[in-house]
Design a binder for this molecule. Structure first.
Ligand SMILES: [Zn+2]
Length: 135
């Protein structure tokens, strides 16, 4: 009985950790898609896992389902430049994000979408752990 519980916890904990990590990614951008600014409903691998992209913070960005599905396995900047919502400030933010500079990325996103910034600043209850990485 105890043994079975232990196995269950081992299976459960990594999932909880991944879930918390995914939530932290969404909280960085105020739950908005890094590409278009719509509500983020998914995590997009900038370099697709099929191309060796890892599930780490610098390769995973909050994205809406539309962008995530639309981008698919395309090279991120090739794809992004062709979108009607293309914004060079967001492109710079994505570049900063995948370079591991989330703080700079968020500043660029705030520049691209100043209204969202003011909303985010009101919500001081959410402390963001910038060092959090996927296991
Ligand atoms: Zn989007």
């Amino acid at each position: 009985m105890h043994q079975r519980d232990a196995v269950f916890l081992e299976e459960l904990c990594p999932k909880l950790r991944v879930r918390r990590w995914r939530q932290s990614l969404h909280s960085y951008t105020g739950k908005s898609c890094i590409y278009c600014g719509q509500p983020s409903e998914s995590i997009d691998h900038v370099l697709p896992s099929s191309h060796g992209g890892l599930s780490t913070t610098d390769n995973c960005v909050p994205a809406c389902l539309s962008c995530n599905g639309n981008k698919s396995d395309a090279e991120v900047f090739d794809w992004y430049r062709q979108q009607h919502f293309y914004d060079p400030r967001r492109a710079m933010a994505i570049r900063a994000w995948i370079d591991g500079d989330i703080r700079l990325a968020l500043k660029l996103l705030q520049w691209a979408d100043p209204n969202r910034t003011s909303n985010q600043k009101k919500d001081k209850s959410k402390e963001i752990d910038l060092s959090l990485q996927a296991a």
